[in-house]
Design a binder for this molecule. Structure first.
Ligand code: GAL
Length: 410
């Protein structure tokens, strides 16, 4: 009994002392657009690869399209020690000019730079992490000019594991919540705004407290370059669309376009879904290997404009396309508003070419009278024909492809 009370008292004390600082609103209003080393290179990273990506942003038109974050993931530091003042030290072989050298060059290109740490005793790959060292690490990062922190969830000490139910029924007050809140608080103590990416793999019901702690939060374990990953994360995400708005984004994980054997149709669906759900879009491939069709997908102005809409922060949501339409998992029809009008996204999750149809009057938010223009966001051209609320619109869609439309009153 005495031990139980002691644990309870320690837990209550930790909660009472846990910071409640909100995340900065000087950054992270819109979903981040950028690139990250992990999916492309895992631990095989160095200055040359990071700077090559940064230069590709400029050369491939990614910077002009709005991509800004060049993010370094795990394995960037000296593995087994900190310096005599307790600071994490960049690996001198991989980063001979330090992270500051890379940061300066990235900033000179008009871009921003991200780094990686972990809310545990070591990162997932076994490098120094920040639990208990939050402030000194943030000061170090800020001193290098870091703009974005991905904060991972490996090697959590046993006294920090979560109870089955959090205090007050609010997962913000769980040990996981508190581990991340300590970092939010440390970030508030440096003058540089640093975006916080809560990489907690959908644990501890993070979507319920993510926006009180950071700017985006991972909804699942790691992405793979497979159709099954794309489908699975969409299924997870559709259940939690109500928590997405300005300054708070469900992170469906880093992009796999350019990796594995994804077809061009699957890559279109991958990009469209991340854009219409307002997930961060962090490319994860060797950008120099992308073909022109892939570059056209990731720089599609209209999909990026939906993702980055300055006036509407909410994502597209499933809708029923016609009376009597069956349901699928995940849903295939989504609608969402942007500053330009209503948008409809249609996904073919089947493995053969199929015709997909919706009645305009079934699209939430469309007026039930007048005429409409249907504009194809992929081609940038209006679709032939004249449409009213009573019209049924049909499209032939290849296996695993996604169509994207803007519908406005004529
Ligand atoms: C995982 C994380 C990945 C990557 C990796 C690095 O936990 O989800 O995105 O950061 O660690 O070790």
């Amino acid at each position: 009994m005495a031990t139980f009370l002691a644990i309870l008292t320690a837990t209550s004390l930790a909660l009472a002392q846990a910071p409640t600082t909100p995340p900065s609103h000087e950054t992270g209003r819109l979903p981040a657009l950028g690139w990250n080393t992990w999916n492309a290179y895992h631990c095989e990273i160095d200055e040359a690869k990071v700077l090559a990506a940064a230069h590709s942003f400029v050369e491939l038109g990614l910077k002009d399209a709005g991509y800004e974050y060049v993010n370094i993931d795990d394995c960037w530091s000296v593995k087994d020690s900190r310096d005599s003042s307790g600071r994490i030290v960049p690996d001198p072989t991989r980063f001979p000019n330090g992270i500051i050298g890379v940061a300066n060059e990235v900033h000179d290109l008009g871009l921003k730079i991200g780094i990686y740490s972990d809310a545990g005793t070591q990162t997932c790959a076994g490098y120094p992490a920040s639990l208990g060292n939050e402030l000194i690490d943030v000061q170090t990062f800020a001193g290098w000019g870091i703009d974005y922190l991905k904060y991972d969830n490996c090697n959590v000490p046993s006294n920090w594991t979560d109870a089955p139910n959090p205090p007050d029924g609010d997962w913000y007050n769980s040990n996981s919540g508190i581990r991340y809140r300590r970092m939010t608080d440390a970030l508030s103590k440096v003058s540089r705004p640093i975006q916080l990416d809560v990489c907690i793999w959908g644990q501890a019901q993070v979507w319920t407290w993510g926006a009180r702690t950071g700017h985006s939060w991972r909804m699942s374990g790691d992405a793979t370059p497979t159709w099954s990953y794309i489908i699975d994360i969409i299924k997870i995400n559709v259940d939690h669309l109500d928590t997405i708005d300005f300054f708070g984004h469900n992170d469906m994980d880093m992009m796999e376009i350019g990796n594995g054997d994804l077809t061009i149709q699957e890559e279109r669906t991958h990009f469209a879904a991340w854009a219409f759900f307002k997930s961060p879009i962090l490319l994860g491939t060797d950008l120099s290997q992308l073909n022109s069709e892939q570059v056209a997908i990731i720089t599609n102005k209209e999909l990026l404009a939906f993702s980055q809409d300055p006036n509407i922060g909410t994502p597209a949501k499933p809708f029923t396309p016609r009376s009597g339409a069956g349901t699928t998992s995940p849903p295939e029809f989504y609608a969402g508003a942007s500053s330009k009008g209503m948008h409809v996204f249609i996904m073919n999750i089947g493995s053969s070419t199929t015709t997909k149809s919706f009645r305009l009057s079934n699209v939430p938010g469309l007026s039930d009278s007048g005429r409409f223009i249907i504009h194809d966001m992929w081609t940038g051209a209006d679709v032939d024909g004249s449409f009213t609320a009573g019209s049924t619109f049909s499209v032939r869609l290849g296996a695993h492809d996604t169509a994207a439309y803007l519908i406005t009153e004529a």
